[in-house]
Design a protein around this ligand. Structure first.
Ligand SMILES: [Zn+2]
Length: 130
């Protein structure tokens, strides 16, 4: 019996996916809190040197961006875990089709299928051009 084996594997794998999402979430939470610490510390006063100040501010901006992207990914992971609890994990939130296993493998918290992701990307791109 070969047919349906992929589905069986992905069903029994849901614990593994959950574990993977949780591990990734913990890693991101750790990163975000380290960034927050770095930003809060400010033990390093701004240098009197203007170029050095710009450098310090630039670092803060980079740190802020890292923290923001970590927090965004955490929210995506939380949403994916919630979808798992509702048994909707792997369903496209836009068209309802099953999200391609390869896509879930690459982006475990993906909430739309590849076709919808491409369409959304194109919509965003055309809005950006307006
Ligand atoms: Zn879709």
């Amino acid at each position: 019996m070969q047919s349906g084996s992929a589905i069986v594997i992905s069903m029994t794998d849901s614990d593994a996916v959950r574990a993977r999402l949780r591990a990734r979430r913990a890693e991101l939470a750790h990163r975000a809190s380290r960034v927050d610490d770095d930003l809060r510390r400010k033990s390093e006063p701004l240098s009197p040197d203007f170029a050095e100040q710009a450098n310090q501010r630039g670092n803060d901006e980079v740190l802020g961006a890292i923290g923001e992207s970590a927090r965004f990914e955490i929210s995506q992971i939380d949403a994916a875990l919630a979808r798992m609890d509702r048994d909707q994990y792997g369903d496209c939130g836009r068209c309802g089709a099953s999200i391609e296993p390869a896509r879930l493998e690459a982006v475990p918290y993906a909430n739309v299928c590849r076709k919808c992701a491409t369409e959304l990307e194109q919509q965003r791109a055309s809005i950006a051009r307006l």
